[in-house]
Design a protein around this ligand. Structure first.
Ligand code: GDP
Ligand code: MG
Length: 209
């Protein structure tokens, strides 16, 4: 959920994708600027402060291990998705199955999250392991097209070789979360107007009885 701590905004970020695509590598690179190679499978929640466009932002980042069976784990997904304000969906450019999973994850997010009123989805799709281009099985254009059709942002990165592109992923997501908050506020405003108008009409009807 969105919270305001003084001037600082808090945002919850959920990182999802199949096993071995580099979710942990991406997060650790963002937090420490380092690539350490092996990460294990521990589920972790990190808190990190960043400054984006001159404004401080606290990110709570959840490194969620992948679960094979989406149907039996649907409740777990539901809760996580509801917790999150923004999503990083990671695949490996050398692993087509991991790319196919991204479309399913987008569907899971859309069914579990009230995204009505979002002008832009607070979702960034990341094609990782760009350094392994000789083993590429997913074209950049495919990632870009998927992001375009689902109204998400897209980056191709190498957590192993490049810090800057990883930074762009999280900054891009912060921008999108901020934009989605603005549009949700706008929608809440419209809902408020509709409510008060219908209250007026309801009163008129009872008055005339
Ligand atoms: P996770 O299961 O999605 O969290 O994946 P990990 O972060 O544990 O990474 C899985 C494996 O891929 C590890 O051996 C990493 O060293 C490797 N890896 C992660 N990112 C990259 C990358 O950008 N390039 C290359 N070549 N290997 C990577
Ligand atoms: Mg991991």
């Amino acid at each position: 959920m969105t919270r305001l701590n003084g001037q600082r905004m808090d945002a919850n970020v959920l990182v999802l994708g199949t096993d071995n695509v580099g979710k942990s590598a991406l997060i650790v690179r963002f937090l420490t600027r380092r690539f350490i190679g092996e990460y294990g499978d521990i589920e972790s929640l990190y808190t990190h402060n960043v400054v984006v466009d001159g404004r401080e932002q606290t990110l709570n980042i959840w490194d969620a291990p992948y679960s094979q069976d989406l149907s039996s784990e649907s409740l777990m997904y539901e809760k996580r998705v509801q917790w999150a304000d923004g999503f990083v969906l990671v695949y490996s450019i050398c692993d087509r199955a991991s790319f196919n999973m991204v479309s399913r994850l987008i569907q899971i997010i859309k069914t579990n999250k009230d995204i009505l009123g979002f002008e832009k989805m607070p979702i960034v799709i990341v094609g990782n392991k760009r350094d392994l281009h000789h083993r590429r099985t997913v074209l950049s254009e495919e990632g870009r097209l998927l992001a375009l059709s689902a109204d998400c942002q897209f980056y191709e990165v190498s957590a192993a070789e490049n810090y800057h592109s990883v930074l762009m992923v999280f900054h891009g997501l912060v921008d999108r979360i901020r934009e989605s908050r603005v549009s949700v506020k706008k929608l809440a405003g419209i809902k408020g107007i509709v409510k008060s108008m219908s209250a007026v009409f309801a009163r008129r009807r009872t008055d005339s009885l």
